[in-house]
Design a protein around this ligand. Structure first.
Ligand code: FES
Length: 95
């Protein structure tokens, strides 16, 4: 398998969370590296990165509900948005 260098990860996919209606019992695999094309969920893109420190975060719910998944990849409570994207926005606006 060909690998590419690990730089600038995790990649910010969006500076806002995304609401997903989850089903009870289903396993959701959240992307923590930001390389997925199926945001916010893992598509195994991390497997192509040399020395990749990020792995998907698996989560399951007991009830159907709306969940806000992080897309900025800076959350301290993965896979859920904790408001850290507000700091990402501020940092992006500095340049
Ligand atoms: S979108 Fe990442 S913390 Fe809110």
């Amino acid at each position: 398998m060909e690998t590419i260098p690990n730089t600038d990860l995790p990649r910010i996919q969006a500076c806002e969370p995304i609401a997903i209606s989850v089903e009870p019992g289903k396993v959701y695999s959240w992307c923590s590296c930001g390389l997925t094309l199926k945001t916010p969920f893992c598509d195994s893109a991390h497997k192509n990165i040399e020395g990749m420190p990020y792995r998907s975060v698996k989560v399951q719910f007991e009830t159907a509900q709306e969940v806000w998944f992080c897309q900025c990849k800076q959350t301290k409570t993965p896979p859920f948005c904790d408001g850290s994207h507000n700091h990402v926005k501020a940092d992006l606006n500095k340049d």
